[in-house]
Design a protein around this ligand. Structure first.
Ligand code: 13P
Length: 269
């Protein structure tokens, strides 16, 4: 199965000059990865999700590479245009050069109170505008401590179930345009990670739940995110239930991003 390693740059870097420096390093690193992939027949799709203000520049720069570009969010209000100050639509994200978008990141759920209803609207706008969706789910520390992980995840995956109910004609295309990213909130930016066994069991639950929604969803890609770094990537990559990584902090340095990508690239041979 093809692995995916996605860099979520969040609200970084601070300036266009800093973006250029990171892109210079990345493009050099990426040509190394592409060499590794060619040599080993490994398959690892890379993707970068810069801030919206940097999206057009980053996508234009990455056009010459195999690396895809993603937004970090789209407007729930309209798929195209409208009087929604401060918002950016799925159509505009596509126009800026992205082919995917992250949705439902825990930081958006936390700071913008994104509900399942809101996320269903965003998912519908993104997918109907031809944007693939990296849909983030995961439990908080308190929910983890209370053994509620699977209940929380089931509730968050209800968005996918509702989407299928509304757009049944799109079910068969979902494995190629919807990726689930399991990101325990307590592991994001903390250096704390669940064990690979825990992640593997949770991914198995996610895959079984999706397959229960529709037979065609039995091949969905499920990524792990939360303090993935150059040192622990190999252990996650070695587990067949973990199809790749959504990387925050470690994606802001080309060398650590390269190391993570190489780990998944080699594990997918
Ligand atoms: P870190 O890799 O910095 O923990 O962030 C993970 C994340 O939130 C990616 O979306």
């Amino acid at each position: 199965m093809q692995a995916w390693v996605i860099g979520n740059w969040k609200q970084n870097p601070a300036t266009s000059d800093d973006v250029d420096v990171l892109l210079n390093d990345l493009c050099a690193a990426i040509s190394d990865i592409e060499q590794v992939s060619k040599d080993s027949s490994a398959r690892c799709q890379l993707m970068i999700a810069p801030s919206l203000v940097h999206l057009a520049a980053v996508s234009s720069r990455l056009k010459a590479t195999s690396v895809l570009c993603a937004g970090q969010d789209v407007s729930a209000h309209s798929a195209s245009t409208g009087a929604y100050t401060g918002e950016c639509s799925a159509q505009q994200v596509v126009d800026a050069g992205a082919t995917w978008t992250i949705l439902g990141h825990s930081e958006r759920r936390q700071y913008h109170q994104e509900s399942n209803d809101t996320l269903l609207q965003k998912m519908t706008h993104a997918l109907t505008q031809g944007l693939g969706v990296v849909f983030c789910i995961g439990e908080t520390q308190a929910q983890y401590d209370g053994n509620q992980t699977l209940t929380v995840i089931d509730n968050q995956l209800a968005v996918v179930k509702a989407f299928i109910a509304e757009q049944p004609e799109l079910i068969d295309s979902l494995p190629t345009c919807l990726i689930i990213a399991y990101e325990p909130v307590w592991a994001i930016g903390t250096g704390k990670v669940p064990t690979v066994t825990e992640v593997s069991a949770t991914h198995q639950h996610i895959k079984q739940t999706l397959a229960g929604f529709a037979d065609s969803l039995s091949t969905m890609t499920v990524l792990y995110g939360g303090s993935v770094n150059a040192n622990n990537a190999n252990s996650f990559a070695a587990d067949p239930m973990i199809d790749g990584a959504l990387v925050g902090g470690a994606s802001l340095k080309a060398d650590s991003f390269l190391t993570i990508a190489t780990a998944f690239s080699q594990a997918s041979i």
